[in-house]
Design a protein around this ligand. Structure first.
Ligand SMILES: [Zn+2]
Length: 305
């Protein structure tokens, strides 16, 4: 019985040891499993991260695609295949009145200082003729209440503006002496305008381009035109840019569509025909930049001043 008891104790110890080692083994396996599970989870996280990244990439790709689609759509809207129509927001119209030499609103008006004997007043501040540039001159009817030096700075600041004719000519405009100019700006009284514009009929109320002379009617410069209302900035921009457009060889066009921007070569002094008054050569710049003949598709208008 003694040996039986010993055997029993030995068996119990053996069972205990095996149970203990099984427990340890089991625990290891569990922690191993946990570790494996952790690994799986980690790899899932990585793969899900990369999925997220891919999704983000896809999103950003689709965003840029939609952006380019939008700009393509805008371009298509701006230049339909058979007609040039440009629209602008009220904010864009408002910004169009701001130029670097801020004398559009005042129009370079000035009280007359005493009697001037000469018929014409010329500016002092001039550049030397440069064949790389477009050289123009300026003279002012001495009976008018305008400052000639101010006009001499205002006109080139319009023509050389990033929205101006320089975008079409690729040549800068500069004020020179009238003995060496390619064309001349003349600010004149209504009577003198009629004389200088003859045989064009300006009837005391219109301005004109006659050969190499641009004659700006003082009445118009001061009072604007019906469709411009009180917006003298846009009117003066229009007047300068319209007449220089003739010098550069552009003819008259009509309003392409109601509420669109009026082309600068429309006779906006007479009427904008449902178009929004606008002073910059935006149709002509688009034609130049896109290299396509959209301008000739604009409705034509009578040839006049
Ligand atoms: Zn004209």
């Amino acid at each position: 019985m003694n040996s039986n008891l010993r055997l029993g104790v030995l068996l119990t110890i053996l069972i205990s040891i095996s149970a203990f080692s099984y427990f340890i083994f089991f625990r290891d396996t569990v922690s191993e499993q946990v570790a494996i599970e952790n690994e799986i989870q980690t790899s899932t996280t990585i793969s899900s991260t990369s999925t997220t990244l891919k999704t983000e990439n896809t999103t950003s790709t689709s965003t840029s695609t939609s952006t380019s689609t939008t700009s393509t759509t805008t371009t298509t809207t701006t230049i339909p295949p058979n007609q040039t129509v440009i629209y602008a927001t009220a904010q864009e119209i408002n910004n169009s009145k701001k130029i670097s030499y801020d004398y559009l609103k005042g129009g370079c008006k000035e009280d007359l200082i005493g009697d001037i004997e000469e018929e014409w007043v010329l500016p002092y501040e001039l550049f030397i003729f440069n064949e790389e540039k477009i050289n123009f001159s300026l003279k002012l009817d001495s009976s008018l209440s305008l400052n000639v030096e101010c006009l001499g700075k205002l006109i080139p600041s319009i023509l050389n503006d990033s929205r101006g004719w320089i975008k079409v000519t690729d040549k800068e405009f500069q004020l020179v002496d009238n003995s060496e100019s390619e064309f001349e700006f003349i600010f004149a009284s209504p009577e003198k305008t009629d004389e200088l514009c003859f045989p064009l009929e300006t009837n005391g109320i219109y301005s004109c381009r006659n050969e190499e002379q641009i004659v700006i009617n003082y009445f118009r410069w001061i009072n604007g035109a019906i469709d411009f209302g009180s917006d003298m900035e846009t009117y003066r921009l229009y007047l300068i840019n319209h007449e220089v457009g003739h010098i550069l060889g552009w003819g008259h066009v009509g309003c392409p569509k109601e509420d669109a921007l009026a082309p600068v070569m429309m006779q906006q002094s007479k009427s904008t025909m449902g178009c929004v008054p606008y002073g910059w050569p935006i149709y002509e710049i688009i034609e130049k930049e896109f290299g396509i003949d959209t301008y000739s598709l604009l409705p034509e208008s009578e040839e006049d001043s």
